[in-house]
Every structure is written in structure tokens, then in C-alpha cells.
Design a protein around this ligand. Structure first.
Ligand code: ATP
Ligand code: MG
Length: 413
């Protein structure tokens, strides 16, 4: 079964507010095996809301609206759904009474406008709201169900969980959605797609999505089946060949970040790491320490932007810097060796490069980066030419440094 979500509210069409209700609803629907195939943010406008409802109903069996159930003029969800379905709004005195009592319990007098909340769309069932004034509504229309839920997230969640989920569970055929998330470092998106498209293109189920960031690609496979066993088998059928093609470029199979994977490997190897960063200015250390428990293996680092600091803090010699320059294989190597020696860590990573937009030359254009790794078996340096703006080049560089260490650690078993 498919669902669509309509988030109602003009404020979410401004940069100040985002629709988060649909994220919660999507996760809950997916748990039931229902796919969300469309969502909309619509301002407080009767006609536009009605047409979104009509469109959603023409394509999906489940339509959920959130927000716009308040008592004021701009709360139009009830009217819009009534208009879309060509149903009347019917006043329910018992809802008005219950609202009045709720206000009385809080020692307040109900404003006249709150009576607007006592209107139900013809044929709708009421979904009580124990956290606010706006009651929700549940409607069925030619084989589809429609829910009107309040906008405030804590009200919506409580109502959906207690009132809607049990009803949906009875309606939705048993179906499960299972996912696999492969993460890959050090490959371009188009190269990766060229390699694996012949495998996943043959399948509509599981659905494959590829998300790319600097030096990091996520491959999401989502299988929808009647049983968990079927879904898992389907995932193995498609993920298996993809894993074979990508080999050790895959760093995680469960969505774990590369920082966390590297951390696990360091811990398993009882090893520690330090960093010496130039153009990334601490980004690598920041990423390594994002992982809880990183103090077990991360000893510290150096941000050595100037030549003087590279000499003073890391022991890079003035001769190396004079002969090869700060952005060079030799400097990267000396930085890593220096950091390792001065911190007594098992491994040290170094990064030196031209992040741009200025500072490039013909021999060393913007994006030229050297990544060093020093460890018990020696030092190595990777040279990369990254493409993109400053932020992207820095992300790439830190990603490649983490991947370099990951490969070394994985190689050690
Ligand atoms: P109320 O009776 O509180 O007016 P309502 O159903 O009319 O309820 P809205 O007025 O649309 O709800 O929204 C109330 C508040 O809930 C908004 O100010 C906003 O902070 C939050 N909200 C509404 N819709 C969403 C959404 N889709 N995602 C996250 N927050 C939302
Ligand atoms: Mg409102």
C-alpha cells in the first residue's frame, strides 16, 4: 500500500520552519510496510489544499494531513477536505461540550472560535486529542483512508500512535520493508553507478537509491515483501553481486560511518591514532572524535598551518619544506612520522593540500592533496587531485585519510 502526506501550514513555506511531522509519519508507515510515495507542503489556502488532497487520493490508499486543525480563520484543513470530497461539515455539540469542559478544567473560558473545532466532515470518525484542543478525524473514501491530524508534533505523535496505528494495522496487508545500506569510500558516483547499475537495474524491488557526498557514497536497497524472510532473501540476491563488484571499497554494510568503522578497527587492533592537519584545520580530528568512546584510541593531534608550526611541532625539516614545499609527498610523510613520534601513537595520519580557492599553481592546482599515514610497518603517502570548492576538497581529504587508515587496519586483519 502507498501513502501520501500533506503538511499544512504557510510557515513551512518560509525558511524558518520545516515539516518534521512527515519524517515521523514516514518512519511509522514504513514499519507497517507502507511506502510513502509523495508528500507536499501546502500553505493555508483552501483551493490549493483541496487540490493536493484530490491528487493524493487519486494515487494512494492512505492520505495523512497534518496541521491546520486549530480554531482560527487560517486553519483550513477541515474545510479543504470537505471541499475535495464534496462532503459537508457537520457540527457536533458533544465535541464542543468536551472542549468546553477541557477549558473549564484549566480554569479558562472557551473562546467562541473554538467551536470551529467541533465540526467533523460528514462520515468522519473522531480521533480524540488528549494533548491539545484540535480533535483529529478519520475518513474512508472509495477504498482509501484519510487522516486529519493536529500540527504540533507531540499531539500528532500521540494521536497517530494510539488511534491511527491500530486501525492501519488492520487495514494494511502484512508487508515488511527491509533495507541494506552499503557505504563506499574513494569512488566517484558515476564510476560506481556504471559498475553496479547492471545488477540493480533488473529489479524494481528492492528499490535502489544512491546518495553521494564528497568521497562517500551510500547505496540504499529497500525490499518490500509479504514476509521478512522473502525481503531478506531478495536483498541478498541483489546486495550480494554488488558487494562482490565493490569489494573492499565497501566500508560498512549497516550504515555505520567511516569514523566509527575506523574506530572499531583501531580498538580491535589495540592501536591508537594521532593526526597532523594542515588544510583540513582539525576536521579529521573532529570526525574521529565524533564517535563516542574515541578516547580509547584517539590520542590527539596537531593543526600545523604554517611552515613554522610544521617544523616546531612535528619536526618537519626546513630542508624538506624548502626543497619540496608544504604541499608535497615528502612533507606529508614527515608530518605523519613526526606526529606518530611525538604522540607515541600506533598510527598517525597527515593531510596537506591546496583547499583553494586561491593558492593553486600550475604544478599544484587547487585540490592537490597529500595524505600521509605512518605506522609500525612504515609510512606511505597518497596523492589526490580533488575537484570542487574549499568545503568539498576538505571533506574529501578527511574522508580519504580515514579510508587510508581503514585499509591499512583491515589489511592487518
Ligand atoms: P493548533 O490547534 O495548535 O493550531 P493545528 O492543527 O492548527 O493545531 P498548526 O496551527 O498547523 O496546527 O500548527 C501548530 C504548530 O505545530 C506550528 O506552529 C508548528 O510549530 C507545528 N507544526 C505544524 N505542522 C508541522 C509539521 N508538519 N512539522 C513540524 N511541526 C509542525
Ligand atoms: Mg493552527
Amino acid at each position: 500500500m502507498n501513502a501520501e502526506i500533506v503538511a499544512v501550514g504557510s510557515e513551512m513555506l518560509t525558511p524558518q520552519r520545516v515539516d518534521t511531522n512527515s519524517l515521523y509519519l514516514t518512519a511509522e508507515l514504513n514499519n507497517l510496510g507502507v511506502e510513502v510515495v509523495g508528500k507536499y507542503v501546502i500553505g493555508d489556502h483552501l483551493e490549493r489544499l483541496a487540490s493536493a488532497v484530490r491528487l493524493a487520493l487519486s494515487r494512494s490508499e492512505i492520505v495523512i494531513l497534518s496541521g491546520g486543525l486549530g480554531p482560527t480563520e487560517d486553519d483550513l484543513t477541515r474545510d479543504a477536505v470537505g471541499l475535495a470530497l464534496d462532503r459537508k461539515l457537520i457540527y457536533h455539540p458533544e465535541i464542543a461540550d468536551a472542549l468546553e469542559q477541557r477549558f473549564a478544567r484549566l480554569n479558562r473560558k472557551m473562546a467562541e472560535v473554538n467551536k470551529r473545532q467541533a465540526f467533523l466532515i460528514e462520515g468522519a470518525g473522531i480521533l480524540p486529542n488528549d494533548r491539545g484542543t484540535a480533535p483529529g478525524q478519520w475518513l474512508e473514501e472509495s477504498g482509501a483512508v484519510l487522516m486529519l491530524l493536529p500540527g504540533p508534533p507531540h499531539e500528532l505523535k500521540a494521536m497517530f500512535e494510539r488511534q491511527c496505528l491500530p486501525r492501519l494495522a488492520r487495514l494494511v496487508p502484512p508487508q515488511v520493508i527491509r533495507t541494506v545500506e552499503l557505504r563506499v569510500a574513494g569512488m566517484g558516483e558515476s564510476d560506481l553507478d556504471q559498475l553496479i547499475a547492471p545488477v540493480y537495474k533488473k529489479y524494481e524491488n528492492p528499490a535502489t537509491t544512491i546518495l553521494a557526498a564528497a568521497g562517500d557514497i551510500q547505496i540504499h536497497l529497500r525490499a518490500r515483501c509479504a514476509t521478512q524472510g522473502e525481503a531478506d532473501a531478495l536483498l541478498v540476491e541483489v546486495a550480494g553481486p554488488i558487494e562482490l563488484l565493490l569489494g573492499d571499497r565497501i566500508y560498512s554494510r549497516n550504515g555505520e560511518s567511516i569514523e566509527a568503522v575506523v574506530g572499531d578497527l583501531l580498538r580491535k587492533n589495540r592501536a591508537t591514532v594521532s593526526v597532523a592537519e594542515s588544510c583540513t584545520g582539525g576536521m579529521l580530528g573532529e570526525r574521529l572524535t565524533q564517535v563516542p568512546g574515541s578516547s580509547e584510541y584517539f590520542v590527539g593531534g596537531f593543526i600545523t598551518y604554517s611552515n613554522e608550526m610544521k617544523i616546531e611541532l612535528l619536526g618537519v625539516t626546513p630542508e624538506i619544506l624548502a626543497e619540496h614545499g608544504a604541499v608535497s609527498k615528502e612533507t606529508a610523510e614527515a608530518m605523519a612520522i613526526g606526529a606518530r613520534r611525538r604522540t607515541n601513537s600506533t598510527y598517525a595520519l597527515s593531510i596537506t593540500g591546496v583547499a583553494g580557492p586561491d593558492g593553486g599553481s600550475e604544478a599544484k592546482p587547487v585540490g592537490t592533496t597529500h595524505i600521509g599515514l605512518a605506522g609500525p610497518t612504515g609510512a606511505e603517502v597518497l596523492k589526490r587531485q580533488f575537484i570542487g570548492d574549499r568545503a568539498r576538497i576538505r571533506s574529501f581529504a578527511s574522508q580519504m585519510a580515514l579510508d587510508l587508515l581503514r585499509r591499512r587496519l583491515a589489511g592487518r586483519g
